[in-house]
Unconditional design. Structure first.
Length: 227
């Protein structure tokens, strides 16, 4: 048995597929690549793959992470070449490295994500600066998260480890932010954008925002570098 950690992308062509569909896509690619994937035992065996953190529908990613168990040894260059050729448009394999079979699950170690957001904005720089400075300086912001079954209040500033960064050029607002991922919850980029629009009165087009997750981390280190 051998385990690999993969760094992969989720690009524009597949930004609207769900996390479950993305996982199925990766399983089919592994099968097409004829990699000796390990499977669980029992009545309904499944491929032994695991992901770090589910990506919201409509969000792209420059760095998603997946652990893959193989039932026999295969060298890194062979795995990299075979899987790269089997991946569909929208997915690229960036890195692959062997990790200890006893390594902790990705989902249990990921504690932060970074995002890049690009969206239309009709305000001038002074207005944007004033609104985002107020947002950054506010200690507590509560949003309401609604699902078909329940309504829940979320305090989002607890999940923002540092100030939001931004620049405005040609009516396009570029935002960079980091979001904590905890065992008790997290917030989402769109919730933050809704606050900027509705509470801080920025004239932004949230529905046209291009959100990209640029990294996933454990204690400041990219997950590809964690054993």
């Amino acid at each position: 048995m051998i385990k690999y950690r993969l760094e992969i992308t989720k690009g524009e062509p597949i930004r609207y597929i769900s996390h479950l569909d993305f996982a199925s896509l990766m399983q089919r690619a592994i099968c097409r690549a004829h990699l000796p994937a390990a499977y669980s035992e029992g009545f309904n065996p499944h491929m032994k793959i695991s992901f770090a953190s589910a990506l919201s529908v409509g969000v792209t990613s420059d760095a998603e992470y997946m652990d893959l168990e193989l039932k026999k040894d295969i060298c890194q260059p062979e795995l990299f070449d075979k899987l790269s050729k089997a991946l569909p448009p929208g997915v690229r394999l960036l890195k692959a490295r062997q990790i200890d079979m006893r390594a902790k699950a990705l989902m249990s170690i990921v504690d932060e994500a970074s995002y890049s957001i690009v969206l239309p904005c009709q305000d001038d720089l002074n207005t944007v600066t004033e609104a985002i400075n107020k947002f950054n300086q506010t200690k507590e912001i509560v949003v309401v998260r609604e699902t078909p079954k329940k309504r829940k209040e979320i305090e989002i500033k607890q999940y923002l480890p540092k100030a939001m960064q931004y620049n405005l050029e040609d009516n396009t607002l570029n935002i960079s932010l980091n979001i904590k991922i905890t065992s008790t919850g997290t917030t989402k980029p769109n919730e933050i954008l809704d606050v900027l629009k509705n509470e801080y009165k920025l004239n932004i087009s949230v529905e046209n925002a291009l959100v990209c997750r640029t990294g996933l981390y454990h204690q400041g280190k990219a997950l590809i570098d964690i054993d």
